[in-house]
Design a protein around this ligand. Structure first.
Ligand code: ACO
Length: 326
């Protein structure tokens, strides 16, 4: 047994805007119905930020809660990674704004752009900083105000997304170097830019000089999701030697209930192990995994030693999986 550094999750937190918008509410602005949205996606409600709430506000609130639960002072954080596709400004990074809101002045802070896979990307990047000893304590935040990039006249997309933020505090701790260790055990990241046109935003500072709106070929995204996500999950299981039925909690990116059920069935994960928040939050992109992890924590479903599987796929395509022990 070789002593290794692992990224142990010390705390989790979340923050949602107060305003809740129901399927019924949306049926008043676009030609849709509660029945269609629930049947096709599993979504019932979503939280939508008001004009005064920015991505950094949501992210900083989630980070503060995670820090309090971890019992770690913000001044001891030396890495902040914020996964977001809806930054406050084109620059500086939202992570740097959150750094200042938390009163953190050391280390580095930067954003990660992998859309819905952003949190999985952020965890993997922070894990690599911690494992190599470059940083000691990291905040990984997923924060989005996706409502700002939705085309509110397009019923095929505007009903699916919501706003929110979640965060975890990671700390580098010496472990034994076995699969029974606490912390992040295996990560996999993938991307394939050939699929850009299936899910993208039709604007940008470097092209149209506008922010743009989300465009999606939902049927095609759906077609790729189960196979691509199952592939990276299986790789993390092979690397650690775990079987899918040994996973205690499955915390997927919350895009569509039919996708989540399909992945769990393909892998053989029991339905009661899936953490589902889609009905309450919709798809909150990079925020959805830490929001779901926070729900599981508050419901006492996460215990010391729990084996947790997280996965996501998003625009790019990007996709990835993280296997960790709480
Ligand atoms: N209300 C009522 N009818 C609608 C709505 C709506 N909100 N939206 C579309 N329809 C209609 C369509 O116009 C279509 O009508 P038609 O048959 O007369 O042409 C019909 O419903 C069926 O449309 P489909 O797109 O085929 O419906 P589908 O069953 O594929 O469900 C959905 C659509 C929910 C988008 C699904 O394809 C999906 O979830 N895909 C995956 C999306 C996803 O995971 N996105 C997140 C990726 S993460 C990221 O990076 C942002």
């Amino acid at each position: 047994m070789v002593a290794v550094l692992r990224s142990v999750i010390r705390g989790v937190g979340a923050h949602l805007p107060k305003r809740i918008v129901s399927n019924e509410d949306l049926s008043k602005i676009v030609d849709t119905s509660d029945a269609w949205i629930q049947e096709r996606s599993g979504i019932v409600n979503r939280h939508i930020a008001d004009e005064t709430e920015k991505t950094s506000d949501l992210g900083a609130a989630a980070a503060k809660q995670a820090l309090v639960r971890a019992g770690i002072d913000p001044i001891d954080i030396d890495l902040i990674v914020c996964a977001t596709a809806t930054p406050d400004r084109t620059f500086p990074a939202t992570a740097v704004r959150i750094q200042s809101m938390l009163g953190v002045t050391k280390g580095a802070a930067f954003d990660v752009q992998a859309v819905c896979s952003g949190f999985v990307y952020g965890l993997t990047i922070a894990d690599n900083f911690l494992k190599t000893g470059q940083s000691k304590r990291a905040l990984v935040i997923g924060a989005e105000t996706f409502s700002r990039i939705l085309d509110w006249s397009d019923r095929s997309t505007c009903v699916l997304f919501g706003d929110g933020a979640g965060a975890v505090v990671l700390e580098a701790q010496p472990q034994h170097g076995t699969r029974n260790d606490r912390g992040i055990l295996a990560t996999r990241l993938r991307s394939d830019g050939r699929y850009e046109d299936l899910l993208y935003v039709d604007g940008g500072a470097g092209s149209t000089k506008t922010v743009g709106h989300l465009r999606m070929n939902g049927r095609e995204v759906f077609r790729h999701a189960i196979q691509k996500i199952s592939g990276v999950i299986e790789e993390t299981l092979v690397e650690t030697g775990y079987a899918a039925d040994e996973i205690d909690l499955f915390i997927p990116h919350q895009a569509n209930k039919r996708i989540l059920d399909g992945i769990a069935k393909k892998l053989g994960v029991a339905p009661e192990k899936i953490v589902m928040t889609l009905h309450k939050h919709g798809n909150t992109s990079a925020a959805s995994i830490p929001l779901a992890l926070n729900e599981a924590f508050e419901a006492h479903r996460v215990k010391e030693g729990s084996l947790i599987l997280m996965e996501a796929m998003g625009g790019g395509f990007t996709w990835g999986a993280v296997l960790a022990r709480w």
